[in-house]
Design a protein around this ligand. Structure first.
Ligand SMILES: [Zn+2]
Length: 253
């Protein structure tokens, strides 16, 4: 069996509080060779520093999610810069814009996103982008800074995917591609250049069919890979192999 790399998950989430260790050890034994655990704020960025030391196959990020972008101060960016120097911290993420949830004003989100794009260039690391209903502003800033990295749980059109690829970015697809109403995702899965495709779960969210609605974990990524293989008329093993190689290259591991 080919081993799977999950480029985007949240194992710090309380959904895993009761069985985190047991689950992760089992995942590794059953063929998950790598997971990038994504921070959403300073607290989870700190969590990742210790978390990655516990498991050889787990890597982490440091960054502030748009939903957590209120009251961010100079010291926070300073701390992020320090955390990014730690071993096995491999990307700035997840960062971006979310105009669906209106808790944090756009102006604040834009400042925090832009500062972290600058930080990623400064430390020469990839970014993991969250873009929900904010394609215009997201692409404006990505075109301005041209960071390396990828758009996670990509929900845009094929045209938008092409624009991202032109900027040098990759696309990560998750469980949504298995959903019945996922027209955009299916088209993107078919058209994206294979060397720009990553797989993710976004665990504990967005479980693929047949687990939709249940807690998601990295073992379920196989169903996403199967669906993409079917769409691209290739083998599941080939999708798993290629996305694993893409992820290792992206994260420098
Ligand atoms: Zn996420």
């Amino acid at each position: 069996m080919q081993t799977i790399f999950d480029s985007h998950a949240h194992y710090d989430d309380e959904a895993f509080d009761n069985d985190r260790d047991e689950l992760l050890i089992h995942l590794n034994e059953s063929g998950v060779c790598g997971i990038v655990n994504n921070a959403t704020d300073i607290k989870t960025s700190r969590f990742n520093v210790e978390f990655v030391k516990k498991y050889p196959f787990i890597y982490g990020t440091a960054g502030i999610h748009p939903e957590c972008a209120s009251n961010i101060h100079e010291e926070d960016y300073k701390e992020l810069r320090e955390i990014l120097k730690e071993e096995k911290i491999v990307a700035v993420g997840e960062i971006g814009l979310d105009y669906y949830w209106k808790d944090v004003p756009k102006e604040e989100q834009l400042i925090v996103f832009e500062r972290q794009l600058q930080l990623a260039l400064e430390v020469d690391m990839p970014v993991i982008i969250h873009d929900r209903e904010a394609h215009g502003d997201t692409f404006l800033l990505l075109s301005k800074y041209k960071p390396k990295g990828f758009l996670h749980s990509f929900s845009g059109s094929v045209e938008m995917m092409r624009e991202a690829v032109k900027l040098g970015l990759s696309i990560s697809l998750g469980g949504v591609v298995t959903f019945k109403n996922a027209r955009h995702s299916v088209d993107v899965a078919r058209e994206v250049p294979i060397d720009r495709l990553l797989l993710e779960t976004d665990a504990p969210y967005l479980s693929p069919v047949p687990f939709r609605g249940k807690r998601c974990d990295s073992s379920m990524i196989r169903y996403t890979a199967e669906k993409i293989a079917e769409i691209r008329q290739t083998s599941t093993d080939e999708i798993i192999r290629q996305t694993r190689e893409n992820a290792k290259k992206m994260f420098g591991i």
